[in-house]
Ligand binder design. Structure first.
Ligand code: HEM
Length: 149
């Protein structure tokens, strides 16, 4: 992609998101509310609390992640796959639960349905690819688990 194309794609993404009410403040609230929900969850809370020692900086990192996903802002650099592969025993039910809590957070915020769909679909796709990466890392490519089905 040329630089001009990249800039046009970014502007298009951002305009689309903004028209649905998705801006920096919306993302910050989503991230804040979601991780509050995660931390009080009996199943997922301990997985996060065992590993995250500095919550404000994790939340800031997740803000940059979601701005990169939703606005193509290019701010995030990290390696989510390696970080998740390193968590022992996480599997499909954990990802299903993560997505359930994420959806509940969007509902609680009263996101319009187009905004909810846009964000939730991205989360589902990323969950699917993380799960696939984890399965391949553990078992090779013979028996990949899928989020759906
Ligand atoms: C089973 C569900 C999940 C669990 C238990 C989980 C847990 C975690 C934990 C503990 C960390 C911190 C890792 C560290 O700093 O060492 C982390 C980081 C992260 N997670 Fe998840 N996660 C889950 C699903 C997801 C999904 C579905 C997404 C995206 C939609 C996601 C995106 C991220 C990102 C972007 C980071 C930061 C990675 C980095 O610093 O490079 N996670 N996750």
């Amino acid at each position: 992609m040329t630089n001009a194309h990249a800039i046009a794609a970014r502007e298009h993404k951002q305009t689309e998101a903004l028209s649905l009410g998705i801006d920096d403040a919306f993302i910050a609230t989503l991230v804040q509310n979601f991780y509050t929900r995660i931390r009080s969850d009996a199943e997922l809370g301990p997985i996060f609390d065992d590993r995250i020692k500095d919550w404000p900086s994790h939340l800031e990192r997740m803000n940059t992640f979601w701005r990169s996903i939703l606005f193509k802002s290019g701010e995030f650099s990290g390696n989510p796959m390696m970080k998740h592969v390193a968590i022992p025993r996480i599997a499909k039910p954990d990802f299903s639960r993560w997505l359930k809590l994420f959806g509940e957070t969007l509902d609680e915020m009263g996101a319009v349905s187009a905004a909810r769909n846009l964000i939730f679909k991205r989360a589902e796709m990323i969950a699917e690819s993380l799960l696939l990466g984890i399965c391949i890392h553990r078992d090779g490519i013979s028996h990949p688990q899928k989020m759906k089905g």
